[in-house]
Design a protein around this ligand. Structure first.
Ligand SMILES: [Zn+2]
Length: 228
């Protein structure tokens, strides 16, 4: 995707995320890797519901502003995007948001990593929760590092969600699936509890994962836990 179209798509995703209340105020940050050493990202302190293509900021892979980037500074949380890009060459976009229901699960200390919905198992796999880290500090990058290697979607305890994608829409759809899953889990909890799928059902799902275009294997930890 060229820079002009990447700016347009990034703004569309920012506005959708804001409208769907995955973020509020000036929360959240989004980025696209345009080239090996060029990242297009949202500016610090901006409301993503009102951001415009020309407001987006260009940095190198170390987070330093590029000379042709005229507007503002990147988010203080860009560091975790860069950690993901450094570890995963296959990742071209990162979305960080604070979806109410999924974050509520981390606040309540309830994990989202059970094998419950076929669609989620086939697309996202398991959703781990990284331990609590002080926002906007290096602790955040340290806390997600081990999960980024194996997972495309992860929760950050008492904070938010991080979704990695092959492009910005892929990352956004993962965020959408995550929050929808959390809402479904909440309804199940309200109605008396979550009943996970059986190991046989999970085994069959893992076998058909390729149908969903997923080349990456499921994390071994999740496979072992689901099929015991
Ligand atoms: Zn955040």
């Amino acid at each position: 995707m060229d820079e002009k179209n990447a700016r347009k798509a990034l703004v569309e995703v920012c506005q959708l995320a804001y409208q769907r209340r995955y973020i509020c105020g000036t929360e959240g940050n989004f980025s696209v890797r345009l080239a090996d050493d060029v990242v297009l990202t949202t500016p610090k302190g901006a409301c993503k519901g009102r951001v415009q293509p020309e407001d987006l900021v260009l940095t190198n892979i170390n987070g330093e502003l590029l000379p042709n980037s005229l507007n503002g500074n990147p988010s203080t949380e860009l560091a975790m995007h860069l950690t993901a890009y450094n570890i995963r060459p296959d990742i071209k976009a990162v979305v960080h948001a604070h979806p109410t229901c999924a974050v509520g699960f981390t606040v309540a200390g309830v994990a989202l990593d059970q094998a419950v919905l076929p669609e989620v198992i086939c697309t996202l796999g398991s959703i781990p929760t990284a331990s609590y880290a002080t926002p906007s500090t290096k602790e955040v990058s340290d806390s997600i590092e081990k999960y980024v290697k194996e997972y495309d979607v992860m929760m950050m305890d008492h904070h938010g969600a991080l979704c990695l994608g092959s492009d910005i829409w892929d990352a956004f759809y993962k965020l959408e699936t995550l929050e929808h899953y959390a809402e479904t889990m909440l309804v199940a909890h309200l109605l008396g509890g979550v009943k996970p799928l059986s190991s046989e059902q999970v085994r069959k799902l893992i076998a058909v994962r390729g149908v969903y275009g997923l080349a990456r294997p499921l994390p071994q930890e999740f496979v072992a836990r689901s099929t015991n």
